[in-house]
Write a protein that binds this ligand. Structure first.
Ligand code: HEC
Ligand code: HEC
Length: 428
C-alpha cells in the first residue's frame, strides 16, 4: 500500500502556509509527518477544509521488529548501549511502548508521554513552543525528541538526569505534565488496569510493576527508537556520492570547519551522534532571563472582562513574569553554570522544530542566523560561540546539510507507534 507523507511547512515570519506532498512505499499506514507548527489554516472557512490532526480511529499502523535495531544499528550510529541491569528484550520493548502511549498514566486519564513526544511530529511537539501538560498547564521548556535518546549520557535540557530508567519519574510526577501525586499512586493505578495483568511478571522474570521495572520497561522502548541511515550517512559513511546535494556537502564542510559546529555537535570516523553530551551556554537562556517584562499586562478579572494591570502591582503579589530558567546552574549551584544547556543531537533536526530548550527559534534558518551573529554574548557564554561571518549562501548551505540528517526509518517508527493502543478512551 502506498503511504502518503504530508510535509507541511509553516513559515511563521511571512504567515504564508503551504503544503507539499510526497509518496513513499512503506508500512501500510497513512502517515502524516508534520514539519511546521500548527495546522495549515488555508481554506479554513470552506467546507473542504481538512485538518492534519488525526482522529484516534484513523490511527492505524503496523508493528515493526524494533529489536532488529539492537542487532543491527542503522548506518552512522554506534551499537545501542544496554545497561547491565536492564538488557533489552522484545517483551520489555512492547510493554514500554504500551505504557508510553497510555493516557491513563496521568492524573485524569488524559495525558500520555506520546502527547508531548508525538510520533508524527518527530517525537516532539511542533504546535507548542513550550510543553503543555494535564489541564493545559504550561511548562517552561520545549519537548525534546525521543529519537536516539539511547546515546545521551545526560538527559533533560539541563542534564539533570543520567538514565532513561530514572528519567520517567519526572514527567509522571510533574504537576505540569502527567501530575500523578506519588510513586505509589502510579504503581497502584497500573496495578488496577486489567491490560497490564501479568505483563510485568512476563517481561521481568516474575517481578511485578515497581519503582524499578516501570522505568526499565519505558526505557527499553525509548532505547530502540534509533534513527540513522540518513542521506548524510549514506554519503559520508557508505560513500554514496549522490546521496546528498553539492550544496549540502558544502554545508558539511562549513559545519566541520569555518562554522566549527562539530566542536560540540560531534562527528566521528565511524559514527556521528552530533552531540558531545556536554553543557554549554549559547546565550539563549541568558536572553530569556534578562528579557524585559512588559509594563502592563492584560488580566482577566471576571469571565470575558479584562483589565490592564501594572507589572509592578503584579510583582508585589509574588510570582514575577515568566518562570526563571538558569539551566545547569539549577543542578550544580555554580554561578559559572548559569544558562548552560546540554548539546542536543542534530539527527532528524528537520523534523523537530521549534528549536532550543525554550523553543524560541522556529526554523533552522533562524538557528543558523543565531550562531552567525555569535549567539547572545553574556558573562558565562561559551568562547566557542562567536560571530562566524558566513555569507547568506554559506548559511543556506548549512541548512541544506542539516536537512540531510533525517533517518530512513521515521515512517516505520511512526507506523509502529500507531499500532499501539492509547489506553481506555471510553468514559464509562
Ligand atoms: C507535558 C509534556 C510532556 C510529557 C507528558 C512527557 N514529556 Fe518527556 N519531556 C518534556 C519536556 C518539556 C522535556 C524537557 C524537560 C527539561 O529539560 O527540563 C522532556 C524530556 C524528556 C526526555 C529527555 C530527552 C533529552 O533529550 O534529554 C525523555 C527521555 C522523555 N522526556 C521521556 C518521556 C516519557 C517516558 C514520558 C512519559 C512517562 C514523558 N517524557 C512525558 C515534555 C513531556
Ligand atoms: C559551544 C557548543 C556549540 C557549538 C559550537 C554549536 N552548538 Fe548548536 N547547540 C549547542 C547547545 C548547548 C544547544 C542547545 C541550546 C539550548 O537548548 O538553549 C544547541 C542547539 C542547536 C540546535 C537546536 C537543536 C534542537 O533540537 O533544538 C541546532 C539546529 C544547532 N545547535 C546547530 C548548530 C550549528 C549549525 C552550529 C554551527 C554553526 C552549532 N550548532 C554550533 C551547542 C553548540
Amino acid at each position: 500500500m502506498r503511504t502518503r507523507i504530508l510535509i507541511s511547512l509553516a513559515f511563521v515570519a511571512t504567515t504564508s502556509l503551504f503544503a507539499s506532498y510526497a509518496n513513499a512505499d512503506n508500512h501500510g499506514a497513512d502517515i502524516v509527518i508534520r514539519v511546521g507548527p500548527g495546522d495549515s489554516k488555508v481554506g479554513y472557512d470552506t467546507k473542504d477544509y481538512k485538518t492534519d490532526s488525526r482522529a484516534i480511529s484513523a490511527r492505524v499502523g503496523e508493528q515493526t521488529d524494533l529489536l532488529k535495531f539492537v542487532k543491527n544499528p542503522p548506518l552512522g550510529l554506534p551499537p545501542i548501549p544496554q545497561p547491565e541491569r536492564n538488557p533489552i528484550t522484545d517483551e520489555k520493548i512492547q510493554l514500554g511502548k504500551k505504557l508510553f502511549f497510555d493516557r491513563r498514566l496521568s492524573l485524569n486519564d488524559t495525558f500520555s508521554c506520546a502527547m508531548c513526544h508525538i510520533p508524527e511530529q518527530g517525537f516532539t511537539s511542533h504546535e507548542v513552543v513550550k510543553a503543555v501538560g494535564v489541564e493545559g498547564r504550561s511548562g517552561r521548556r520545549n519537548s525534546p525528541t525521543i529519537y536516539n535518546v539511547a546515546y545521551l549520557t545526560r538527559l533533560f535540557h539541563d542534564g539533570r538526569e543520567s538514565t532513561l530508567e530514572n528519567q520517567v519519574w519526572s514527567p509522571l510526577l510533574d504537576h505540569r505534565e502527567m501530575a500523578m501525586t506519588s510513586i505509589g499512586h502510579v504503581l497502584g493505578k497500573i496495578n488496577s488496569l486489567k491490560e497490564y495483568e501479568g505483563e510485568f511478571e512476563r517481561a521481568f522474570d516474575g517481578r511485578p510493576v515497581d519503582i524499578e521495572t516501570l522505568g526499565q520497561a519505558l526505557a527499553s522502548y525509548q532505547r530502540v527508537l534509533v534513527s540513522g541511515n540518513s542521506p548524510f550517512d549514506r554519503w559520508y559513511y557508505a560513500k554514496e556520492e549522490k546521496a546528498i546535494s553539492v550544496q549540502a556537502k558544502n554545508g558539511f564542510k562549513l559545519f566541520m570547519g569555518k562554522a566549527h559546529c562539530a566542536t560540540c555537535h560531534v562527528v566521528r570516523e565511524d559514527h556521528a551522534l552530533f552531540t558531545d553530551n556536554a553543557m554549554h551556554n549559547t546565550g539563549i537562556g541568558y536572553e530569556r532571563s534578562m528579557g524585559k517584562e512588559p509594563e502592563a499586562v492584560r488580566m482577566p478579572i471576571a469571565p470575558g472582562i479584562f483589565a490592564m494591570v501594572k507589572q509592578s502591582h503584579l510583582d508585589e503579589l509574588g510570582h514575577t513574569g515568566p518562570i526563571g530558567d538558569l539551566g545547569f546552574y539549577e543542578v550544580t549551584q555554580d554561578p559559572d553554570d548559569r544558562w548552560k544547556y546540554r548539546t542536543p543531537s542534530l539527527r532528524n533536526v528537520a523534523l523537530t522544530a521549534p528549536y532550543m530548550h525554550d523553543g524560541s527559534i522556529l526554523t533552522l534558518e533562524g538557528v543558523v542566523e543565531f550562531y552567525n551573529k555569535g549567539g547572545i554574548p553574556n558573562v558565562t557564554q561559551s568562547p566557542l560561540i562567536r560571530p562566524l561571518d558566513l555569507t547568506s549562501e554559506e548559511m543556506n548551505n548549512l541548512v541544506a546539510f542539516l536537512e540531510t540528517l533525517t533517518g530512513d526509518n521515521v515512517v516505520e517508527l511512526i507506523s509502529d507507534a500507531y499500532s499501539t493502543p492509547v489506553g481506555d478512551t471510553v468514559v464509562e
